[in-house]
Design a protein around this ligand. Structure first.
Ligand code: DQA
Length: 157
């Protein structure tokens, strides 16, 4: 049984492959802020804005999809997703985001638009309301605020 009251937003935060290494993986590209520090900052934003965050990191495509299905079953209002390398390849992940039927925001630590050609394509982009990339750990914070803003705007529409 969910302990979440109806008025609180239920947000699923997904971190894909290799993001567990954030902070020590290619720090010149991805920064030195750890994923745990990013999650702490996101939870603080959630608390300040009446949102409950479920945060999942996995190096496995299927586990990320399962996390979405589980969240859908429990009631889900929005998704914040950095799918890592799967962002550029995974039709299955894209289908899962579409199936969730809630606003999703894509984030990337690095500026994928100025990196290798294959990173310039996101298969998730078309099923997201928008994306934030290139601001390091701040991409996540901005992305969550954008998602909460979208949910608020939808609710008052
Ligand atoms: C990334 C960008 C991806 O291209 C890469 O595969 C990652 C990290 C980012 O946050 O900048 O793993 O998603």
């Amino acid at each position: 049984m969910s302990t979440t009251t109806d008025s609180r937003r239920r947000i699923l935060v997904l971190h894909g492959p290799n993001l567990n290494l954030t902070g020590r993986r290619e720090p010149d590209i991805y920064g030195t802020t750890t994923l745990a520090e990013i999650d702490t900052a996101l939870r603080a934003i959630g608390t300040a804005n009446g949102a409950d965050l479920t945060i999942v990191q996995s190096n496995h495509e299927g586990a990320l999809i399962d996390a979405m299905h589980t969240a859908m079953d429990g009631g889900l209002d929005g998704i914040l997703i950095n799918a890592g390398g799967l962002s550029h390849t995974s039709v299955a992940l894209r289908d899962a985001v579409a199936a969730a039927g809630v606003p999703a925001v894509e984030v990337h630590l690095s500026n994928v638009a100025v990196r290798e050609e294959f990173r310039r394509v996101s298969v998730l982009g078309a099923v997201c309301v928008g994306g934030v990339y290139g601001f390091g750990a701040e991409s996540y914070r901005l992305g969550l605020l954008a998602l909460l803003h979208t949910l608020e705007a939808n609710a008052t529409r």
